[in-house]
Ligand binder design. Structure first.
Ligand code: UDP
Ligand code: MG
Length: 323
């Protein structure tokens, strides 16, 4: 019997987690030829997610959990989950049912056909804010052009992978993780299936526009040095333009005696160059910041509690959040 591990990052999901497990179990029960196991990761939730998790683990023997010492972010949670997988196939999915378990059969079909990965992409972006839609389209275009990472528009993290692919993903142990990029970077044959997305039923999305903007910057800088090259090219172009300008002005003053135009030209040049210099330093800073964080080599996450046998999970009876 083939085994499947479901990696589910959870942050403030107390409202929907039980429902998620119930719904997923319903789908699982129709796939008796596979053995499923949940790996739930409590990413430092500030609500009772951990307690719900523990309760669920008592009720269902196939639920494993890891609870972080604080919020490390979804990427860290996915990494922790993947590290604990042992199954033949591994699924990463959200806990809010926006990644519907109903597509498991379609994913399994692709896997049995020999694909290494079956990933979901959004079919429609109904209900999405116009501005957000335009921005995300732009991001997919830009990152596909600038980086080795090729993802179709609407690509989601939701996917099923083979053991071999998961092991490759884990080999990329960088601290600043950008999973969509990593999944694509490792290669392997991916089948994309379109799914209809639904609005989050319970709880709240943690994404704000500013964090999406950061996410987009990460997506590009983690996989490409094109912005750095861009500043160098821009510097060269400006250098040549100014060289021509200097020559023309020199010739004009020497041979025709035309006085050089006034301070507006100077002002424009200073402001223009100042702006470009600032921007270049900013881009440089983005990369230096990344080098700095990466060289610290800090752990990607810290576990506080877990019900994996091999881990130190001496838990006191005092419930951390009370009940
Ligand atoms: N999540 C997490 N850590 C975080 C933020 C989110 O583990 O810091 C989890 C969250 O519980 C959910 C998934 O990541 O299972 C996706 O989060 P969310 O639904 O907020 O994002 P969206 O669906 O809007 O992309
Ligand atoms: Mg969601």
């Amino acid at each position: 019997m083939k085994t499947i591990d479901l990696v589910v990052p959870c942050f403030n999901e107390e409202a929907g987690l039980e429902n998620f497990v119930v719904e997923t179990n319903r789908v699982i029960s129709e796939l008796p030829e596979y053995s499923f196991r949940y790996i739930l990761i409590n990413d430092g939730s500030r609500d009772k997610t951990y307690l719900v998790m523990k309760k669920l683990a008592k009720r269902f023997s196939n639920i494993k959990y890891i609870s972080f010492s604080r919020n490390f972010g979804k990427e860290a949670a996915m990494y922790a989950g993947l590290q604990h997988t042992t199954a033949d196939f591994v699924v990463v999915m959200d806990a809010d049912l926006q990644h519907p378990p109903e597509v498991f059969p379609r994913m399994l079909e692709a896997m049995e056909q020999g694909y290494d990965c079956c990933a979901a992409k959004r079919d429609s972006r109904e209900g999405e804010k116009l501005f957000r839609g335009i921005f995300s389209k732009l991001f997919f275009r830009l990152s596909n052009r600038l980086t080795d990472v090729k993802n179709p528009y609407g690509a989601m993290d939701y996917r099923m992978m083979t053991r071999q692919m998961v092991d490759s993903v884990l080999e990329l142990s960088e601290v600043q993780r950008f999973s969509k990029g990593i999944f694509s970077w490792v290669g392997f044959d991916t089948k994309w299936i379109s799914i209809k997305t639904v609005d989050r039923q319970l709880g709240e999305s943690t994404w704000k526009f500013s964090s999406l903007f950061r996410y987009a910057i990460d997506g590009i800088t983690c996989f490409s040095v094109a912005p750095l090259r861009f500043t160098a090219v821009m510097g060269a172009v400006i250098f040549f333009i100014s060289l021509i300008y200097i020559l023309i002005t020199l010739i004009q003053t020497l041979f025709f005696g035309i006085t050089t135009p006034g301070y507006v030209t100077t002002l424009c040049a200073v402001l223009f160059l100042g702006g470009i210099t600032e921007m270049s330093i900013g881009i440089l800073g983005e990369y230096i910041g990344r080098i700095y964080m990466e060289t610290k080599d800090r752990p990607i996450y810290i576990t506080k509690f877990s019900n994996f046998e091999d881990e130190n999970n001496e838990e006191t009876e005092d419930e951390p959040y009370g009940e």
